[in-house]
Structures are given as structure tokens and as C-alpha cells.
Design a protein around this ligand. Sequence first.
Ligand code: GUN
Length: 294
Amino acid sequence: MSEIIDGKLIAQNLRADLKEEIKILKEKYNKVPGLAVVQIGNVAASSVYVKAKTKSAQEVGIEVIDHHLENTTSQEELINLINKLNNQENVNGILVQLPLPNHMNEQIILDTIHPDKDADGFHPLNVGKLSISSSNDENLLIPCTPYGCLLMLKGLNIDLKGKNAVVIGRSNIVGKPMAQLLLKESCTVTIAHSKTKNLPQLCSSADILVAAIGKPEIVKGEWIKDTAIVIDVGINRIEIKNNGESKTKLVGDVKFSEAKLKASAITPVPGGVGPMTIACLLRNTTIAFKNSLI
Ligand code: GUN
């Protein structure tokens, strides 16, 4: 039986530490971190995330500057807003919720955010810094979801050095930065993706398995090595039938009921990676604020 990694609790502790730190910074500098949250359109999942991010930020004492724009907003208008926020003194972090409407180029928008205010750690300069920096650089703005995964792994108090880590998924938001972080911890890292041959066999070689593919319950128990650590990044809403009634349910990319019988530790969905992503966004905003004071 595995240890269920309580992301909710770890995130709660991280938020409590940040709240205390922000209180002390406020007493010293008479200002608080500011986070601009930009949402374009009304994608339902984005609205849920933006609401949760805003609430958590406010709870730790971060000022949220909210910009909710119409789906028809032009790319130029969005760029103008970001440039304004780049120069706005009370804004230390800028978050543009993804995905963007189809008429916008995501990379152009992310490149427009000033790297010092890049609350998501998606700007090419921060991506580059992550790949070349040493492992103890406290000032780095690191993508929130993979950093949250790393904190959960570190919380297990095991030696990560030399462990075989398999990351399934090669997105810029999760897969690639996750691989960089694990490499910095001296893991032997393999990135798997949709064209990977013999995925089950590859997964069974993993001491640490991170699933970030966005396919409900695709990773089966039999793919998992005994005593592996499994981090499930997937958040998929599926339909289930209950007494003939149709309901929806959140599941990860891992078949949890099977995987928990094999893994030594595993994150649940919900209550695993999700709360950590938000806590790490608050951490980045606080880091950006502290960097601005230097
Ligand atoms: N959409 C899904 N995940 C994320 C994230 O971590 N940051 C932003 N900005 N958008 C997202």
C-alpha cells in the first residue's frame, strides 16, 4: 500500500509560510506583492483556475489586479495591456491564463511579459535560466506545476540522486521544465510522449513516474514498478454512470485504484498537484516582489 501524498496539506503549509513572510515584508517596506491576473474569454476551466488563484493570493496578502477581457480582444490590445502592467509599480507578477483564443499567438504574448514579472516562469529567459542555473538558486521564477511536483518529491525525504525518472508529456508548461528540475536533482531523466515506443515497458523502469499527458487514467497499475513514486499531474473530467444516472468525476492520468497498490507513494486527484500549482504561483509572485526590492 502506498503513502498518499497530501498536496493539499503541503500547499497549505507553503501558503502559511508565504503569508508570514509577506506580513514581515509589509512591516518593513510598507507594501505587498501585486499579481495581475489576466483572463481572455470565458473558457470554463480557466474561470475555475483564475478564481482559485485569486482567492489564494488574496488570502496570503497578495494584492490581485484583475483584468478579464472579451474573447474578441485583439492581440495588439492584449500586448498593450501587458506593456502597461510591465511598467506598473504595484504589479510584481503577471499571469496570463492559458489557453488563449485561437487568434492569438501564445509565444508572442508570453514573450511580452517582462521576465522579472513572469509569475508563471514561461518567458524564454526564465526557461533558459532554469536549464543552466545551479540547483540552489532561490530567486528563479520556475513553472508552478513542475515546481510543486518537485516540492512534493522532496517532502518524501528520499535521496533523488541517480533515480530513474520518467516524465510522460513534453509540454512547455509541465513536461519539459519537470525534466529540467529532476535533472538538477541528479535524476536520470527520460521524457516520453505520444510517439514513444513501448510506453508501459519504459514506465516500468521508473523509480519516479510523472504523468502529464492529459489522458484520463491511461497509466495502468501494471506499468508501475513496485515501490515507484507516482506524481499524477492530470486533471480530467470524465462522465460516469451511477445507478443509470450520468455524473462527472475528476480523475488523473493514472489509474489510481491500481497504482496505489504498487507505488510506495502517489499523489491523488484532486488534492495532489493542483493545490501545489497555486501555492507555487504565490511563491513566484513573492520572489518577484523580493527581487524588485533588491
Ligand atoms: N493553463 C493551464 N495551466 C496554466 C498555468 O500554469 N499557467 C497559466 N498561465 N495558464 C495555465
